[in-house]
Design a protein around this ligand. Structure first.
Ligand code: CAA
Length: 270
């Protein structure tokens, strides 16, 4: 029997919450394994990446929201049952961990809408997104140390960059998880909202981003991510090049004309 899709993709109607622009061009991806607290199996990760790559190539899609089915978990980690039988050789021979690199290559902005557990690979998945909206019931952590391993999908690198060495050391060496509020105070998440509003608030934020000129949005995402990869001198040079390149777009002409004419711009995405 086929297990059915592990990741659902939908294009939601305008969110009822808030006064933001309607979320046209927003895709909602839902990790749909609530019986296993949305644990990220290799098959699930492959499906997720395939779905995001398709959306990334879709000119009508301007922002994605990623969430977990149910209210208990965004994702409680990589699938421990699947990892239990692995060896260094089997992990090296497979290409399953390369999916995480493919996720990194997505140009579309992605917002994680997190309720409940975002642990291990779940926390790493949230951090691989560009923004995180956390419900008050969210918990973030890297408990891999309790399993005799370490974070293997970016946790040691992304958590350290997000919250600094001292706090990352503590969380990763003890496996302690933190509340949404502690995560916000540490700079890990953008927004903490009442639990029931998490998805609507993430969709609202996605709608605001989707209402911006898409080429500039992608360029901004790429340059911000560049900051974590390069020296200030090289990053500033790359930013200047990207900035200059945007002056060839119709959206730049429209944005500046609309400002001068005191009207709202209409973006063409070119
Ligand atoms: N992998 C596979 N199954 C998982 C899972 C995971 N990461 N997390 C939870 N589940 C399953 C449980 O096995 C259980 O299934 P059954 O009902 O069939 O027994 C179901 O989800 C519900 O979980 P619990 O009964 O454990 O729920 P709880 O409320 O008692 O506890 C929890 C919740 C504290 C999150 C606990 O499930 C837990 O500790 N999960 C594991 C968290 C973890 O260690 N994550 C890191 C994984 S390793 C990793 O991610 C490596 C990497 O960096 C790539």
């Amino acid at each position: 029997m086929s297990p059915g899709p592990l990741v659902r993709v939908a294009f939601p109607a305008p969110a009822p919450f808030g006064q933001g622009p309607p979320p046209g061009g927003v895709a909602l991806l839902t990790i749909d394994r609530p019986e296993a607290l949305n644990a990220v199996s290799f098959a699930l990760l492959a499906e997720l990446v395939a779905a995001l790559r398709a959306l990334d190539a879709d000119r009508a899609c301007h922002c994605a929201v990623l969430t977990g089915a149910g209210s208990r978990a965004f994702a409680a980690g990589a699938d421990i049952r699947e990892l239990a039988g692995q060896t260094p050789e089997s992990l090296r021979a497979g290409d399953d961990f390369e999916r995480w690199d493919e996720l990194r290559a997505i140009g579309l902005p992605i917002i994680a809408a997190v309720r409940g557990y975002a642990l291990g690979g779940g926390c790493e998945l949230a951090m691989a997104c560009d923004l995180i909206v956390a419900g008050e019931d969210a918990q973030f952590g890297q408990p891999e140390i309790k399993l005799g391993v370490i974070p293997g999908a970016g946790g040691t690198q992304r958590l350290t960059r997000a919250i600094g060495k001292a706090r990352a050391m503590e969380l990763i060496l003890t496996g302690r998880s933190i509340s949404a509020r502690e995560a916000a105070a540490a700079g890990l998440v953008n927004l903490v909202v009442p639990a029931e509003e998490t998805l609507d608030r993430a969709l609202q934020l996605a709608g605001q981003i989707a209402a911006m000129p898409p080429i500039a949005v992608r360029s901004a995402k790429a340059m911000i991510n560049r900051a974590a990869e390069t020296s200030l001198t090289d990053g500033l040079a790359d930013e200047r090049q990207a900035f200059f390149d945007l002056f060839a777009t119709a959206d730049k002409a429209e944005g500046m004309a609309a400002f001068a004419e005191k009207r709202a711009p209409t973006w063409q995405g070119r």
